[in-house]
Design a protein around this ligand. Structure first.
Ligand SMILES: [Ca+2]
Ligand SMILES: [Ca+2]
Ligand SMILES: [Ca+2]
Length: 407
């Protein structure tokens, strides 16, 4: 398919146009190249017409420079940067213009991009897991299962087998900060005013609390990244999708935590409830000066520290949501985990599509400034709370699949 598109990449030397208007002493060319993982094309000119599939990026990189630039699509200014990545979800013919705004060498070129249906139908579901880095937790090494000798890459593959396509098998992210990064076989386009993708968890509402959105909410924070350097690797800037708690005074920005591997020679310390085998199992410290432990409970006797990690510590950072658990019994035997309003994974039951869907337009920079992204190539989910609930164990986000809502 890529070869077919390349055929349409007929070289068109812009210098011809310039020369017809004036006798510029230098050759001017426009370098047009597309994302290496999308439609590889690179030449020194610009075609009058390009043909690309929908939801794939076309990277426009002029060799010309000037004081200022303007890219327009259908008459609307879309960028004033030197380079521009064109991306469209809908098929059709788009009119583009590139201008160099410069007193001495003004320049303008118009061209068309024909956006077509893909030759091989896209999947609306996850194609690939790029990273699987759970924090310690009671389901770690089980969801997905670790087997002796498994490497980090093996665990990424196993996580991918769980949540890719329609497989729909739950993976755990462990305690605060643990994360997974995944992507699709195309860019998830940010459609204005619409949710763009959906993620499935395993949250349920408590039957004993009718009318209340509370039960087993284990909110995971979502981040998105656009493959701006077009290398197919998640090495580009990440942006948090601001959910309902983003601006809450109870939310901690710039939080970081460090988990320490348990000393194998320590004698476990059970509590008197018969549900906790070791109250001081995995110690954590954080950048607020606090410390605590992930206890080991009797229902999950396996190693809680990711067994494929050889380091003695495991660190995570991000935004920390306030604890959402309420001890309704008063004695640690009955917890209900309150769902936050919106914008988190594993926070409302799956049947509430809207509450499990995400709008890329909610992306914010580290200082909270909104960032308008054309789409997302990489999506990351991490456990957003740091809390333990007695015999229920630590709160950990789980997810089982995700879908692009525009396919
Ligand atoms: Ca959107
Ligand atoms: Ca990249
Ligand atoms: Ca869960």
């Amino acid at each position: 398919m890529e070869r077919a598109y390349r055929r349409y990449s007929r070289t068109y030397m812009l210098s011809r146009k310039i020369k017809s208007k004036s006798a510029l002493p230098f050759l001017i060319a426009l370098l047009l190249a597309s994302c290496s993982n999308d439609i590889p094309m690179q030449n020194l000119g610009l075609d009058d017409v390009y043909r690309i599939p929908r939801m794939k990026k076309l990277q426009l990189r002029p060799a010309l420079t000037g004081n200022a630039y303007r890219w327009t699509v259908e008459g609307q200014t879309v960028s004033t940067d030197h380079e521009y990545i064109f991306l469209a979800a809908r098929e059709g013919t788009y009119s583009l213009r590139f201008e160099i705004i410069d007193e001495n060498t003004p320049y303008s070129h118009e061209f068309k991009v024909n956006v077509m249906h893909e030759e091989v139908e896209y999947s609306p579901y996850i194609e690939r897991v790029y990273e699987y880095c759970p924090a310690p937790g009671q389901f770690v090494n089980e969801l997905p299962p670790y087997e002796n000798g498994d490497s980090a890459d093996d665990m990424i593959r196993k996580a991918g087998e769980c949540i890719s396509g329609t497989n729909d098998v739950m993976i755990t992210l462990g305690g605060y900060g643990g994360y997974v990064t995944f992507g699709f076989d195309h860019t998830v386009v940010n459609e204005p005013g619409q949710n763009d993708f959906r993620i499935w968890g395993n949250c349920f509402y408590d039957m004993l609390m009718p009318g209340q959105a509370s039960g087993s909410a284990e909110p995971g924070i979502v981040m998105v990244s656009f493959d701006a350097n077009c290398n197919g690797i998640p090495d580009d800037p990440w942006y948090e999708l601001a959910g309902s708690e983003y601006n809450s005074p109870l939310t901690t920005k710039g939080y970081s935590i460090c988990y320490h591997t348990p000393d194998p020679d320590r004698v476990p310390v059970p509590d008197n409830s018969a549900s906790i085998d070791d109250c001081y199992y995995i110690r954590w410290t954080d950048n607020t000066g606090a410390e605590g432990y992930i206890p080991k409970n009797r229902f999950h006797p396996q190693n809680y520290f990711p067994a494929w990690i050889s380091d003695n510590t495991l660190s995570f950072s991000g935004t920390l949501l306030a604890p959402n658990a309420r001890d309704l019994s008063g004695n640690g035997t009955y917890y209900s985990l309150l769902s936050y309003a919106w914008g988190y994974v594993d926070n409302h039951p799956n049947e509430f599509e809207e509450l499990n869907s995400f709008d890329i337009s909610n992306a914010v920079g580290a200082d909270g400034t909104p960032v308008e992204l054309p789409g997302a190539d990489f999506i990351r989910v991490y456990t957003g709370v740091n809390q333990c609930c007695g015999w229920l164990g630590e709160t950990s986000t789980e997810l089982s699949k995700a879908a692009d809502l525009h396919i």
